[in-house]
Write a protein that binds this ligand. Structure first.
Ligand code: HEM
Length: 438
């Protein structure tokens, strides 16, 4: 296993650091991948980290940093970083989400019909990956099917390089990923140029939100260069695809393994209308209108966070939960560990969504991170997850195929090893039953 994979495994394995935390407290230092690394957990240490944003900067292992690229906002800091977040964030504002939602609802329906139409068991993981990729590639970036397919193939090569050794030997995964990066950026650049030409000619775009980026300014108030924007789009494909696909497959897997909680959730889903009324998709299934769904999504992300953790580097000495951390340390935040850490009397190893409704949970929940680098696509991810959960679980009965490996592959994001094989059939929900008996 490469050092990077090992490091990601530490993120994912809540037990790796647990014994050390027990011994040394919520902040301890060790050497990992040749870097002096500080592990932290607990609400106080996290709040302190987010509150001292100027004293830390983003940090990624070398392979990730190089494949994301020097212009990527993930590799930038300070005013540079803030300006790009402002530009890219326009793609996820509520008006933009409203614009995307009919297309997302259509993708959910397409998926539901494909599942119902299959005589044989279907593997949900590849279907959910396609779904998540289509949302970001077609719905947000507005790619046509030809561009989307070409990007998908190169993107998979690029992703494999992210979690490999940074050895640029000919034929190595990393070398192939570097070449794929070049092709991806060229294609994204061409897509962007088309969107700009359409905007300049006053023609409406066929799909997507790229017109929302027009006029985006950098930290000096100058327009962002095309290569700069293309690199941000590559980041969005990366950040928005694997993570959302993982959260969707973990959501369905966990519910199928917990039929009592699934029935409890479906009671609520039966009171909701699908598809959502025009213009209502963004709010129709939110925490206010679908509190059980909200609690289930939170609980699945608590136990199987799609992003296991993240890093920072200290630029100067800081204090975390009362412990002094010197300059030039890598701070490693393991969300998997943080989400299971709370009062000893709380059953934090169990799947119990109700804990989020009673509001008495002691665990700190940060699946989307926090502070200045909090996930930019959080609202889109939540929308996708809710639409898919309601669209599928309100209308389908899913049955797990026997004799499959339901354990999770954990890198890069948790996903059932055998692809989550299920049989789908139409589900008569409460409102159907009421109508039938009337
Ligand atoms: C369930 C799905 C998702 C989860 C759990 C998730 C989680 C996270 C986390 C934990 C971070 C913080 C990393 C850090 O602090 O260094 C992050 C950052 C980010 N996410 Fe997400 N994410 C999800 C979906 C998305 C989507 C759909 C998009 C966009 C299409 C997106 C775009 C981003 C971007 C651009 C950043 C970098 C922000 C920055 O460095 O300022 N994410 N995400």
């Amino acid at each position: 296993m490469s050092g990077l994979l090992e490091s990601l495994a530490f993120f994912r394995d809540p037990d790796f650091a647990r014994s050390r935390f027990e011994r040394h407290g919520d902040v301890f230092e060790t050497t990992l991948l040749g870097h002096r690394t500080v592990f932290i957990r607990g609400a106080q240490a996290m709040n302190d980290l987010f509150a001292q944003a100027e004293a830390v900067q983003g940090w990624w292992p070398d392979s990730v940093r190089e494949l994301l690229g020097p212009l990527s906002l993930a590799n930038r800091n300070g005013a540079d970083h803030k300006a790009r977040r402002r530009v890219v964030g326009q793609l996820f504002a509520s008006a933009a989400l409203k614009r995307y939602s009919p297309a997302i609802v259509a993708l959910v329906e397409e998926l539901r019909l494909a599942m119902l139409g299959s005589e044989r068991p279907v593997a949900l993981v590849p279907m959910l990956r396609r779904f998540a990729f289509s949302v970001i590639a077609s719905t947000v970036l507005g790619l046509d099917p030809v561009d989307r397919e070409a990007l998908f193939l190169d993107f998979e090569i690029w992703c494999q390089g992210l979690f490999s050794f940074r050895l640029a030997l000919p034929g190595s995964r990393f070398a192939r990923a570097r070449r794929a990066r070049g092709r991806l950026l060229r294609r994204l650049g061409a897509v962007l140029a088309r969107a700009q030409a359409a905007a300049a000619a006053g023609q409406p775009l066929a799909a997507g939100g790229l017109d929302l980026l027009a006029g985006g300014l950098d930290e000096a108030g100058l327009p962002l260069g095309d290569d700069d924007v293309a690199e941000q789009l590559l980041l969005l494909l990366f950040a928005g695809y694997e993570t959302t696909a993982s959260s969707l497959s973990c959501l369905l897997l966990t519910l199928l393994q917990h039929p009592t909680e699934l029935a409890w959730l479906q009671e609520e889903l039966d009171t909701l209308v699908w598809p959502p009324a025009e213009g209502q998709a963004v709010t129709a299934y939110d925490a206010l209108r679908a509190p059980r769904l909200d609690a289930v999504v939170k609980e699945v992300m608590r136990l199987t966070p799609p992003v296991g953790g993240f890093f920072r580097r200290t630029r100067q000495a800081i204090s975390l939960a009362g412990v002094r951390v010197p300059a030039d340390r890598v701070v490693q935040v393991s969300l998997a560990a943080i989400h299971r850490y709370g009062s000893r009397s709380e059953d934090l190893e169990l799947f119990r969504p109700q804990r989020h409704l009673s509001g008495d949970t002691t665990a700190t929940l940060l699946p989307f991170g926090g502070g200045e680098r909090v996930c930019l696509g959080k609202a889109l991810a939540e929308l996708e997850i809710r639409l898919l959960a309601v669209g599928l679980l309100r209308q389908l009965t899913l049955v797990l195929e026997p004799d499959q490996d339901l354990s999770l592959a954990i890198i890069p994001s948790p996903s059932p090893k055998d692809g989550l094989l299920v049989r789908a059939r139409h589900r008569a929900n409460t409102s159907d039953r009421t109508a039938a008996s009337a």
